[in-house]
Design a protein around this ligand. Structure first.
Ligand code: PLP
Length: 396
């Protein structure tokens, strides 16, 4: 491998991908794998979805980058179509998920000072333990993962961490200076941790009572992963601010967004926030095609597929509970599988699955995550779960 010159900030499985199509990738030796990680949900529509690749090609032949110093003819339609899809009024386009989170936090602070009337430099944001929101200094500063934050201080002040899923702890952490609560509706990197029923509704009530913004980080949970456009809405709750990323760029390029109403995003005025690449025409053209795919709410659409196939995935994995699987959490086409530590670490299980032609990634300890592209078939799910069954029965 030629990894000697890349920083060692990842510990990849020993698979070197050369090509991808749909739910499958082929490595440099011609071996095929079914991809049950899907770029941590950036590849919700699979590798090289024909409509997304075609949109990228069309735009490559027109114009790719303008910077925001000028307008471009994809930005306006992208923002209009995304705000229409989510039923909010405004979109702030950025590139990566971490940027969307940072931007959402900046907007919440400014909103806190200008609209809520918090005294200067007093704004606080409540976040949940075990969460994952990206890798910037501010974000890792409120992470509870020692690996993520260790050695990177000093950190940005103004964050209060409470246990995820504990509505009472959240309510008691909120003060008059709280401008926002930032929460994942399902904690992805933590291992697909689904909060107790009623938790998100309780977060909503706490925010309403405190006059704080509810910010839903749907970078991984949103755009179809749970079988719904937004996991928050699936729980019957509407956040004030949605953070999107990963799948928004269709697995083609980075594209993220902060989506909210004008009373919130309207606090940003010219010169106060920006990004050279944010809202570039190439990303927006692909994003518009992603929106078109998501807008199909029919029985053949990606959302319905994710719900139907999610039920298949859950049923098949449930068969392994007690046969090496000691914990299982599912949300749509998304599963956190805790393997009996006697079988192996999550890493060893992932390596065992890779040897059997199935790509997944461990999260913490002995947990592996299954998040296939939403275009996966029932047969491919059967193949992947059978491979896990084999690892559990015969060892990694
Ligand atoms: C991946 C992720 C992010 C960060 O996205 P990047 O594009 O890697 O910066 C933020 N929030 C959640 C919930 C994520 O899963």
């Amino acid at each position: 491998m030629t990894a000697a010159h890349s920083a060692h900030n990842y510990h990849p499985l020993p698979v070197v991908v050369a090509e991808g199509e749909g739910a499958w990738v082929t490595d440099v030796e011609g071996r095929r794998y079914v991809d049950f990680l899907a770029g941590y949900s950036a590849l919700n529509f699979g590798h090289r979805h024909p409509a997304l690749v075609a949109a990228a090609h069309r735009q490559l032949d027109r114009v790719t980058l303008t910077s925001r110093a000028f307008g471009n003819d994809q930005l306006g339609p992208f923002c209009a179509e995304l705000s229409g899809l989510l039923g909010k009024r405004m979109v702030l386009p950025m590139n990566t998920g971490a940027e969307a989170v940072e931007s959402g936090l900046k907007v919440a602070r400014k909103w806190g000072y200008e609209v809520k009337g918090v005294a200067p430099d007093r704004a606080r944001v409540v976040v949940a333990a075990g969460g994952f929101h990206g890798r910037t200094i501010s974000i890792v500063g409120f992470s509870t993962d020692p690996e993520a934050r260790g050695g990177f201080g000093p950190f940005t002040p103004g964050f209060d961490v409470v246990d995820y899923g504990d509505a009472a702890a959240l309510a008691s952490a909120v003060t008059p200076d709280t401008v926002a609560v930032l929460v994942e509706p399902v904690q992805g990197e933590a291992g697909v941790v689904v909060p107790p029923p009623g938790y998100l509704a309780a977060v909503r009530r706490t925010c309403d009572a405190a006059g704080a913004l509810m910010i839903a980080d749907e970078v991984q949970s949103g755009l179809g992963r749970t079988g719904h456009l937004l996991a928050t809405r699936a729980a019957g709750v509407d956040a004030d601010v949605y953070l999107l990323g990963k799948a928004l760029g269709g697995g083609v390029l980075p594209l993220s967004a902060v989506v909210a109403d004008a009373d919130v995003l309207g606090v940003l005025r010219p010169g106060q926030h920006g990004s050279t690449f944010g809202g570039n025409p190439l990303a927006c053209a692909v994003g518009r095609e992603v929106i078109t795919l998501l807008a199909d709410v029919g029985p053949e659409g990606v959302l319905a597929r994710a719900r139907d196939l999610g039920a298949v995935l859950r049923a098949r994995l449930t068969d392994l509970v007690g046969r090496g699987v000691v914990g299982l959490r599912c949300a749509g086409l998304w599963a956190g599988v805790d393997v009996d530590p006697a079988v192996g670490t999550g890493r060893e299980v992932s390596e065992g699955l890779a040897r059997r032609g199935v790509l997944v990634k461990d999260t913490h300890g002995s947990t592996v995550r299954f998040s296939p592209p939403l275009v996966v078939t029932e047969d491919e799910i059967a193949v992947a779960v059978a491979a896990l069954g084999e690892v559990l029965a015969n060892g990694v």
